[in-house]
Design a protein around this ligand. Structure first.
Ligand code: FES
Length: 298
């Protein structure tokens, strides 16, 4: 298996050091494996870095509104460390949503970094299930809260990183604020945890196992593919996976040709070009079988 993680250390921590922050998830078999099996000295094969979720001076404003949910704080911790180290000249407001006040990741470190450069870094915690004595903002990061803390939105760049439900919610809030799409960057979400709850996923295929006929180089295989697992996961289970990076349908590394059958692709994860869609190419990391399939992978 592979997984895309945001780098949570700062560029200036390099060379020789790079940090990932992996939250243990109840149903996540990669995070579970990491928590149980990894120890000091474990060897890990990594590629990259890849992706577009970073400050790009030609594209982004130097005034950033960062919106994080849960472990989605990791790329912002990286940027904030770089600002506090004096290596990146930005003003960053972090609106950070957590469920419980005592489960905020990097709480003490973020506070210390903001204290180091208070004119550049501001951190606001928003708690959806607050304790009785919580005096900060409660609930979700919505349009009113963004307006209250970020005030004038024009000319600011917005960066969002969090779980898929948060992305849907934030899209509604940004529409309410009339924020143009070009002002917003979304971190790719990685593998979807519960595809059956995605809008438009057909309930009748839940629990079904389909046959996947695979052509790969000069060989052919038939393997099982569960409706609620991505085709990339089915290929990985069989030891036949193509290269992958983002697992979010965006980078195109796993691009394959579907020659027969139907797949479900969550609209937010459909990063294919229009021509690819017409010609039958799919990204197995973001495609779920709705019937028996024939697929050609690189
Ligand atoms: S791994 Fe990026 S599109 Fe599939």
């Amino acid at each position: 298996m592979s997984r895309p993680y945001s780098i949570s250390s700062a560029p200036s921590d390099w060379p020789g050091f790079m940090e990932l922050t992996v939250r243990r998830k109840a149903r996540g078999f990669v995070s579970e494996h990491i928590w149980r099996q990894w120890e000091v000295g474990s060897l890990v094969e990594a590629s990259g870095p890849h992706g577009n979720f970073y400050f790009e001076p030609l594209r982004d404003s130097r005034q950033i509104v960062a919106i994080a949910g849960g472990s989605g704080v990791t790329p912002f911790r990286s940027i904030i460390r770089e600002i506090a180290a004096g290596k990146l000249d930005l003003e960053l407001l972090l609106l950070y949503g957590s469920r419980f006040a005592d489960s905020i990741i990097f709480a003490a470190e973020l506070e210390a970094l903001a204290a180091k450069a208070p004119q550049k870094i501001r951190v606001v915690h928003v708690i959806s299930d607050p304790p009785a004595d919580w005096s900060g903002p409660k609930g979700f990061i919505d349009a009113a809260l963004i307006r209250e803390y970020a005030s004038d939105l024009s000319g600011k760049s917005f960066f969002v990183c969090g779980p898929p439900e948060m992305y849907r919610f934030m899209q509604e809030q940004f529409a309410r604020l009339g924020l143009p799409r070009r002002q917003v960057r979304w971190e790719v979400a990685g593998a979807v945890e519960d595809i059956a709850s995605a809008p438009g996923f057909p309930a009748e295929v839940r629990g079904r196992i389909f046959q996947l006929h695979l052509r790969r180089r000069d060989a052919e295989y038939t393997i099982p593919a569960a409706a609620e697992e991505s085709l990339l996961t089915a290929l990985e289970r069989a030891g036949l996976a193509p290269d992958s990076q983002c697992r979010s349908g965006e980078c195109g590394f796993c691009r394959s040709l579907l020659t027969a059958g139907e797949v479900y692709v969550r609209p937010e994860s459909d990063g294919r070009r229009a021509a690819d869609r017409r010609l039958g190419f799919i990204h197995p990391c973001a495609s779920y079988p709705l019937s028996d399939l024939s697929l050609t992978t690189p």
